[in-house]
Design a protein around this ligand. Structure first.
Ligand SMILES: [Zn+2]
Ligand SMILES: [Zn+2]
Length: 131
């Protein structure tokens, strides 16, 4: 079983999860742009049951950005960590926080109509509107 590890910027929060990684998605929605301070948010989708916090659980804060959706982040350094839809068995892990190098191609790009003009979605990856 593959185990992947990740952490926040200040290293207070350390997490790990077992594979498989279901897919890598890029989200170009305005909320992800704001939350990540970036043109888009890359998320590794994994099963919630396969995820666990190794250290720093007390530093994980949560923001309900939409009905039934919460985004977690480190309250000490602000790193985005998870995108969680209550009703789903899977969740998104902010891919940039992974410390394990993963050889994976993105499967889909969402909310492409909200993409920044200065950073357009990749042409070689399927593009969609709302997720
Ligand atoms: Zn941190
Ligand atoms: Zn988004």
């Amino acid at each position: 079983m593959d185990v992947f590890r990740g952490s926040c910027l200040c290293q207070k929060v350390i997490y790990e999860f077992e594979g498989p990684i279901i897919r890598l998605n890029f989200c170009h929605c305005v909320m992800c742009q704001k939350a990540h301070g970036a043109a888009f948010a890359p998320y590794m989708r994994v099963l919630k049951d396969n995820f666990r916090v190794v250290a720093g659980r007390e530093f994980i804060a949560s923001f309900a950005s939409s009905e039934g959706i919460s985004r977690t982040f480190c309250r000490n350094c602000g790193s985005n960590l998870q995108w969680i839809r209550e009703s789903s068995e899977a969740m998104g892990i902010a891919a940039g926080t992974l410390d394990t190098d993963v050889d994976i191609d993105p499967s889909a790009q969402y909310w492409c109509d909200e993409a920044k003009t200065w950073h357009q979605p990749r042409r070689d990856v399927p593009q969609y509107g709302a997720e």
